[in-house]
Design a protein around this ligand. Structure first.
Ligand SMILES: Nc1ncnc2c1ncn2[C@@H]1O[C@H](COP(=O)(O)OP(=O)(O)OP(=O)(O)O)[C@@H](O)[C@H]1O
Ligand SMILES: CC(=O)C(=O)O
Ligand SMILES: [K+]
Ligand SMILES: [Mg+2]
Length: 592
């Protein structure tokens, strides 16, 4: 008998049976679906047919739906199949390359547990990067994933030993190149030079801008300029023929006021002075962010990537500089900055760099070329621990499963290395060549997944609580309250053996404080913004859900319980501890 079902256009939850490998055959499909334009009717017998699942896979659902809860189908299936306890805590990052840039390949990685997709600006064209970002976005929109995108800058390889000389002369490339063909308004141009006037504001930029340059803009051909110069420095053109005071730094641009007017000649020599002496710092030779990187960063911000990873970071200053640039450029400034630790300088300034950034990558590939190989493991352990103390997510990267670029199984040593990173409770593990251009990207990901799950289960079986003494990190009284609440909630969760911690958080901060405690149970992080949900996907133990919620915790909890129960992700009697940004309390309760 064929029975008719009406699929309504009313608010819905997303179809949860997308990822076949994880779907329990006994799961009851109770759902309503939203089709883009009109309601449709299907018969029950269609439900099991391939055409029906094909139809469902084409569905859209509204991501701003106020009555739905969003979680990706892989997590949902894991929760249903194995319960809370067995969800994976360690997050997984895949570098995307020729082996994995197709839509189906990206989807396979998402099904396999990829939390973050990384693109490396050292390789591929702008068009290629754009295409990958668009595909990941489509995957999220069409299939309900929250895969975050990380853009990794090319950077400039630093030599361990650099001579103390400036790359003299630093030259300025002015608008002169285009004087003949393109008249530039507002600047008095003579045939071979430009005139700067007293008090005028000029921009000196390391960005590789195409001609014609904007008004009163000068290209500086020394990539380190914007990083090395400081507000208050004096710029001297051709040894003092023209002088400027540095008044503001905006990313790659340095705003200067002309104090001594004169002619700016093509390929003039530029020096900068601080407190009466010429700046000849070691840092003045090699910048962290090159002119190409600045263009890539602009691209990343425009494309809305979630993380920008900066290669060869030397000090916290460059991170602060970039963060203020991002803040000025993107409205809600929700791009996080990850500092890559891969140089001797970055190890020297580790604490400040961790404090200044939103996350850290232990980039063992280049790090291993700068310090003796046998020091890499202890450096890794030290970085992971400090990040934990300072509450910044940390990624362990490079050569985790290097042999899997060519072979379908890892070496025992590789498995031991992955296990150690998991045992250190790093937030995330990263695949590089294994997923970018290897022959077995899905298998490599599945090794990371199964090794993580195995180590994590071993903790539970052995009842090995994480016993790291956490220092106070709050910078205000309000922060201290949040920190105390999270520390206590996590401790209670372990002692009471609760099934899950719930955290309602608008900006993700409370969720990260709970993650920092590395509790035994998973942390369900409910957040209103899709971008926060994606960012939380990098952090240990968090299961990010998108949900609109109010300031009324009672009603939030009731609604969450109802929604999760209806989807089979929790059941009556489960013990939950809830905290939130809005209410300074810890609630312990059984799901009704
Ligand atoms: N977009 C791409 N196109 C072609 N090959 C790529 C791409 N991305 C990565 N690869 C290949 O995968 C290898 C490893 O990639 P990955 O990005 O991790 O390089 P890496 O050298 O470890 O990182 P970094 O350059 O940041 O130090 C590269 O050496 C390159 O051969
Ligand atoms: C990932 C990276 O940049 C490195 O290991 O060098
Ligand atoms: K890179
Ligand atoms: Mg590197």
């Amino acid at each position: 008998m064929s029975q008719s079902l009406n699929f309504t256009t009313s608010p819905i939850s997303k179809p949860f049976f997308r990822s076949k490998p994880y779907l329990s055959p006994s799961a009851t499909p109770h759902f309503s679906l939203r089709f883009p334009k009109k309601p449709i009717t299907a018969s029950l017998s269609d439900l099991n047919s391939p055409s029906f699942s094909a139809l469902v896979s084409q569905l859209n659902w509204s991501s701003s739906d106020s009555t739905s809860i969003e979680v990706d189908s892989v997590t949902e299936a894991e929760l249903k199949e194995n319960g809370f306890r067995s969800t994976r805590r360690t997050k997984l990052i895949c570098t995307i390359g020729p082996a994995t840039c197709g839509f189906e390949q990206l989807e396979a990685l998402a099904v396999g547990g990829m939390n973050v997709a990384r693109i490396n600006m050292c390789h591929g064209t702008r068009e290629w990067h754009k295409m990958v970002i668009e595909r990941v976005r489509r995957l999220n929109e069409e299939k309900g994933y929250a895969v975050a995108v990380m853009m990794d800058t090319e950077g400039i390889l630093q030599e361990a030993c650099v001579p103390f000389n400036l790359p003299t002369p630093i030259r300025i490339e002015s608008t002169l190149k285009t004087v003949e063909s393109t008249p530039v308004t507002g600047i008095t141009l003579e045939r071979n030079h430009i005139q700067s006037k007293d008090g005028e504001i000029w921009t000196f930029t390391v960005r590789a801008l195409d001609s014609p340059l904007p008004e009163r803009t000068i290209n500086v051909n020394y990539d380190g300029f914007a990083e090395d110069v400081k507000v208050g420095d004096e710029l001297l053109v051709d040894g003092g023929m023209v002088r400027f005071d540095v008044i503001e730094k905006i990313g790659p641009d340095v705003k200067c006021r002309c104090t001594d007017p004169g002619l700016l000649l093509p390929r003039a020599n530029l020096t900068f002075w601080r407190d009466g002496s010429l700046v000849r710092e070691r840092n003045a030779m090699l910048p962290t962010i090159s002119s190409k990187d600045w263009l890539d960063i602009d691209f990343g911000i425009a494309e809305g990537v979630d993380f920008i990873a900066i290669s060869f970071v030397k000090s916290a200053e460059v991170i602060n500089h970039l963060k203020s640039y991002i803040k000025a450029r993107s409205r809600d400034s929700d791009v996080s900055v990850i500092a890559k630790i891969e140089s001797i300088d970055s190890l020297k300034n580790l604490k400040e760099i961790i404090q200044g950034s939103d996350g850290i990558m232990v980039a063992r590939g280049d790090l291993g070329a700068q310090i003796p190989l046998e020091q890499v493991p202890s450096a890794q352990q030290e970085i992971v621990q400090q990040c934990r103390q300072l509450n910044k997510p940390v990624i362990v990267a490079s050569q985790l499963l290097e042999s899997m670029i060519e072979y379908p199984t890892p070496t025992r040593a590789e498995v031991a290395d992955v296990s150690e990173a998991v045992r250190q409770r790093a937030d995330a593990l990263m695949l590089s060549g294994e997923s970018a251009m290897g022959q077995f990207p899905d298998k490599a990901l599945s090794v990371l997944r199964s090794v993580s799950l195995r180590i994590e289960r071993w903790w539970r079986d052995e009842k090995r609580h994480e016993s790291m003494e956490l220092q106070d990190i709050a910078s205000s009284f309000q922060d201290s309250i949040s920190e105390e609440i999270c520390n206590s909630a996590a401790k209670m969760a372990n002692n009471l053996e609760v099934d899950a911690l719930f955290v309602y958080t608008k900006d993700g901060h409370m969720a990260s404080l709970l993650s920092r405690c590395r509790p035994d149970c998973p942390i369900f992080a409910f957040t209103t913004a899709p971008s926060v949900r994606r960012r939380l996907n990098l952090q240990w133990g968090l299961i990010p859900f998108r949900l609109s919620f109010s300031d009324d915790m009672e009603s939030n909890l009731n609604r969450t319980f109802a929604l999760l129960k209806a989807r089979g992700m929790i059941k009556s009697g489960d013990l939950v501890i809830a905290v939130s940004d809005m209410l300074q309390s810890i609630q312990v309760m059984n799901v009704p």
